[in-house]
Design a protein around this ligand. Structure first.
Ligand SMILES: C[S@@+](CC[C@H](N)C(=O)[O-])C[C@H]1O[C@@H](n2cnc3c(N)ncnc32)[C@H](O)[C@@H]1O
Length: 232
């Protein structure tokens, strides 16, 4: 069997059945944020998309969505955007949100590189990066989701005082990320190299990948990087 995941059964019909939750799809040809920002604009109107004016948070690379769905249920007064590039993967949380009737989650089936096409500037309170694909530093640094090219875009999309909250098991990627946050003017508010040292903190929502790594005894790293409240 090939390495590629087989398409889920009745994929197209199932995607369509959740279509009202999907705010953006595709633009897969665009691989570069500069190109994305310059060539295409389809900014989402959040109050129209969610039916209210509540603050908006974004998870980049939501995978099967256990984190964002649990978080959305505990904080119904926050709206969540769950971004995932793989359509075969994003179908799972979309169906779950439908099934559970969670009202404050919408989906973006796009690459993170395309964010400037869809997200208005100065509009997000928090960006969650949970176990982003670490990618080797050598040769792939610019594709890491915490490379300064991405951080400069996140900075525009976040409100003043907005935060990035990152978790990863990869120490090299974590150290790289901390340097990038500092270089881009984020203040490191919380940094932990072993989040589960004394068991899972009661406030922490464990993601699918986190569960896997914790079971194997790997330390989980977490950082909160905050933008200043002052204008630049
Ligand atoms: C290692 S998984 C982690 C999934 C989930 N956040 C968790 O913690 O269980 C990383 C996910 O990010 C997605 N991803 C990686 N690079 C991306 C990109 N540039 N844009 C959007 N999604 C991306 C992958 O498809 C994958 O589903």
């Amino acid at each position: 069997m090939s390495m590629r995941m087989r398409k889920k059964r009745n994929f197209d019909a199932r995607m369509e059945a959740c279509g009202d939750l999907l705010l953006a799809k595709g633009a897969n040809g665009i691989l570069n944020m500069k190109e994305a920002a310059e060539n295409y604009r389809a900014l989402i109107n959040f109050p129209a998309a969610f039916g209210n004016d509540n603050p908006v948070a974004l998870e980049i690379g939501c995978g099967k969505g256990g984190f964002v769905i649990a978080l959305a249920k505990t904080t119904p007064d926050v709206n969540y955007l769950a971004l995932e590039k793989m359509s075969n993967v994003i179908l799972t949380p979309m169906e779950e949100v439908k099934k559970q009737g969670v009202e404050n989650v919408r989906f973006l089936n796009i690459r993170a590189e395309c964010l400037p096409c869809y997200i208005p500037e100065n509009s997000l309170d928090v960006i969650y990066l949970n176990f982003s694909t670490p990618l080797p530093k050598l040769g792939y640094a610019t594709q890491r989701l915490t490379h300064r090219n991405f951080l400069e875009v996140y900075k525009k999309l976040l409100k003043k005082g907005g935060k990035i909250i990152q978790k990863t098991d990869d120490r090299d990627f974590f150290d790289f990320s901390l340097e990038e946050y500092k270089a881009c003017g984020f203040a490191l508010e919380e940094v932990s190299y072993n989040l589960h040292e004394n068991g899972n903190p009661q406030w922490n929502i464990v993601t699918e990948y986190e569960q896997k790594w914790v079971e194997r005894g790997l330390p989980i790293h977490r950082a909160v990087a905050k933008l200043s409240l002052e204008a630049d």
